[in-house]
Design a protein around this ligand. Structure first.
Ligand SMILES: Nc1ncnc2c1ncn2[C@@H]1O[C@H](COP(=O)(O)OP(=O)(O)O)[C@@H](O)[C@H]1O
Ligand SMILES: [Mg+2]
Length: 255
């Protein structure tokens, strides 16, 4: 890409072009366009039902778009299945963790590495060990996933996503339900992942956690972009304050 001054600028890692998704008559994502730069950490906020999780589903390929395009690293991935998008470097965590409950932590991460990153079991082992270390799960590698407390289940969501060696990591309310101390621990991990060069899109209601990491914020409502830009400017935007008025996250808006 060449800008107006003739300088070469890096193409975005992810681009949504006029993406829409309906459920019946409900327009859940409505002609949304968005660019995410390589190495950027983008935060997404918006009230319940704004279409945030659906947006992640559309990026990860868990549900198809009705119209528009999803372009990843210059390639149109709109028609690719989730596992194919995973192979090109898109990984996600789910708002409601869903590990293989009968497998151990280690086995859950191994599955991600073997199927997501396309590694042999042999080649995956050192990578799995590194992911467990990074997410603080190494001491719990042999625990059965179904018996983990919430923080560890959230960490496992992160670990399973990282196991696929993503270039783009999608985090859906990963800090929800955690104590302040647990959120701080998670923040340290997310900052490290970010520092390793992974591009991040993070949906979160706990705005102070988001603001500690992201470079830019997008506010959504009714599947549309309300505003985007500098995180503090977005939080101070009257339209954003209006949307949040009266809901639980309101106190988060006032530092
Ligand atoms: N699979 C689905 N079928 C029907 N409606 C859905 C489906 N998924 C989401 N919705 C509806 O779409 C809207 C946006 O949901 P969602 O993307 O989960 O919002 P958010 O994550 O911002 O809270 C909600 O009204 C929700 O009920
Ligand atoms: Mg959601």
């Amino acid at each position: 890409m060449v800008d107006a001054a003739g300088a070469t600028t890096a193409a975005p890692l992810l681009e949504l072009r006029d993406v829409s998704r309906r459920f019946g008559a409900l327009r859940v994502v409505d002609r949304l366009s968005l660019q995410v730069a390589r190495g950027e950490a983008l935060g997404v906020i918006g009230p319940n039902g704004a279409g945030k999780t659906t947006l992640m589903n559309l990026i990860a390929g868990d549900i198809p778009v009705n119209s528009g395009q999803v372009v990843f690293d210059g390639r149109d991935v709109t028609a690719l299945a989730p596992q194919e998008r995973c192979r090109v470097g898109i990984a996600r965590s789910y708002q409601v963790p869903h590990p293989f409950v009968g497998l151990t932590v280690y086995e859950n991460v191994l599955v991600g590495a073997v199927f997501g990153a396309d590694l042999s079991e042999q080649a995956a082992r050192p990578h799995v060990a590194q992911v467990l270390e990074r997410t603080g799960l190494a001491p719990k590698a042999d625990r059965v996933a179904g018996a983990l407390p919430l923080l560890d289940r959230k960490r496992l969501e992160l670990a399973r996503a990282l196991a696929t060696q993503p270039r783009l990591l999608l985090l859906d309310e990963i800090a929800g339900g955690l104590t302040d101390q647990e959120v701080q621990e998670l923040l340290t991990t997310i900052r490290e992942i970010r520092a390793s060069g992974v591009t991040i899109i993070w949906i979160e209601h706990i705005v102070h956690a988001l603001l500690a990491v992201v470079d830019r914020l997008v506010a959504l409502d009714f599947g549309r972009k309300v505003t985007e830009g500098d995180p503090q400017a977005v939080m101070n935007d009257p339209a954003v304050r209006e949307i949040y008025m009266g809901i639980d996250a309101a106190e988060e808006l006032v530092p």
